[in-house]
Every structure is written in C-alpha cells, then in structure tokens.
Design a binder for this molecule. Structure first.
Ligand code: ADP
Ligand code: ADP
Length: 217
C-alpha cells in the first residue's frame, strides 16, 4: 500500500472538523481522483497524504512509513524521496529556464548541477518539452508551464505524485495535454492522486474517491 489512512480526523482550531474519520487505501500504480465540492475536505486530504500536516487522530502511512513516528526532518526526507507535488498555480521561478526550473526539483538530492540538468532534460522530454529547454516561463503557454511543473515534480522519480487541481488554470485543450502527461506517467508506474472539484476529470480517472463534509461517500 502506498497510501493508507485509518480513521483519520482533522480538527482546525479545536472546532472545524475538516476530516471526520477517513479510511483510504491506495495501491502502487493507481490513478485516482479525490473529488468533492468546495469545503468538503480535499485540501486537508492533500495535506494529510502529502505529509504537509499531521492528523488530529488516526493513522497516516505513506510508503509504509507511519507519519506520526517521524520527526519533521524525517518527514521532509520522506517527501523528497517519495512525493511529487503539482498545484493549480505553476509555481515556476520567473527568469529561469525550463531546464533549470526542473533541475531545481532535485536540489534536495545534493546531486551536482550537471547531473540534475541531465535528469531535467529527460524529465522535460517525458512531458513533450524537449524543444523548450531554454525557454523561460513567460515564453511558454500555460499548458507548457504546467508540464514544466510536472517535470519538476517527477524529476527525482518519486513513486507518488499529488496533483491539486492541476488543470484549474488551463483551457480545455491545454488541460487535456496535462492530463495526457499524467496518464503517461501513470502508465510508466507512478501512482497519481488528482484532487479536483471537476467531475469530468474525476470520471476520466480509473478510480474515484468522493468527499462530502469531511467524509468519503
Ligand atoms: P476543500 O479543499 O474541499 O475546499 P478544505 O480541506 O480546504 O476543503 O476545507 C475543509 C474545511 O476545513 C472547511 O470548512 C474549511 O473552511 C476548513 N479549513 C481548511 N483549512 C483550514 C485552516 N487552515 N484553518 C481553519 N479551517 C480550515
Ligand atoms: P525508503 O522508504 O525509501 O525505504 P528509508 O528506509 O531509507 O526510505 O528511510 C526510512 C525513513 O527514514 C524514511 O521515513 C525517511 O523519511 C527517513 N530518512 C531517510 N533518509 C533520511 C535522512 N537523510 N534524514 C532524515 N530522515 C531520513
């Protein structure tokens, strides 16, 4: 199991019950959508699965590691090794080439720049941007920028990719290109969870997990 949540609750400020007892098991290689309306707890789920925050109660295991048993420092290491993140906003560095934006995704590894650039070139080729290595974000379309962000997320080959509304800022055609890239990565073995409020995107995924009021329905 790459993701395992047992009776997970999350209460903010001692009063807002964002998650009310969530159980979820995800096997390696799955492509799943976590779908639900605004306020249903999707972002909180992303924070739990991404080990960006800790549950109020219950157990979160990512790649077999019980999050409660790790220090903050160990959690950072777990994220660096096992997780890639893609968000609605592309979060690329302006004024920096696509190649170096992606190479920065491996900064944690301590690999030398030359090796990080070699891996970055391969990652950009995987997302169909082998011809855009030296372009800066403002010289690329939104769809291309998001594919650079995907390349940066997977340049270190994490087994699990979390995508939070990855097509939220894109027109339908660019969004479809990004989804195609995610499908290709999944076909090559990466487990992917897409957080979305968009039913069309959810139904495009082989598995859907639906949320309402902090529960899976
Ligand atoms: P979604 O992503 O589906 O919109 P969220 O997980 O963001 O849902 O929110 C679930 C509930 O938790 C909402 O009632 C929201 O207002 C609340 N919430 C989310 N984050 C926080 C926070 N940091 N502090 C307090 N309440 C929060
Ligand atoms: P893997 O899950 O790839 O088998 P390991 O067994 O090597 O990872 O690591 C076990 C745990 O130790 C992981 O949860 C990881 O977060 C943590 N860890 C690994 N390397 C470091 C490090 N350099 N500093 C702190 N914690 C680390």
């Amino acid at each position: 199991m790459i993701i395992e949540l047992r009776e997970v609750t999350k209460v903010y400020n001692g009063q807002v019950q964002a998650l009310r007892g969530v159980d979820l098991e995800v096997e390696p290689g799955e492509l799943l959508a976590i779908v639900g309306p605004s306020g249903s707890g999707k972002s909180t789920m992303l924070h739990m699965i991404g080990t960006l925050d800790r549950p109020t109660s219950g157990t979160v295991r990512i790649a077999g590691h019980d999050v409660a048993k790790l220090t903050d420092r160990q959690l950072s290491a777990l994220r660096a090794r096992h997780l890639g993140f893609v968000f609605q906003q592309f979060h690329l560095s302006p004024g920096v080439t696509a190649l170096d934006n992606v190479a920065d995704g491996m900064l944690y590894s301590g690999a030398p720049l030359r090796e990080r650039r070699r891996r970055a070139r391969k990652a950009l080729e995987r997302v169909g941007l082998g011809h855009r290595l030296d372009h800066k974000p403002n010289q690329m379309s939104g769809g291309e920028q998001q594919r650079v962000a995907v390349a940066r997320a997977v340049v270190g080959d994490p087994p699990l990719l979390l995508a939070d509304e990855p097509t939220g800022n894109l027109d339908t055609a660019s969004g479809a290109e990004v989804l195609k890239v995610l499908k290709d990565l999944n076909d090559a073995g990466t487990t992917i969870a897409i957080i979305t409020h968009d039913n069309d995107i959810a139904e495009w995924c082989p598995r859907q997990v639906r949320m309402r009021d902090g529960r899976l329905t």
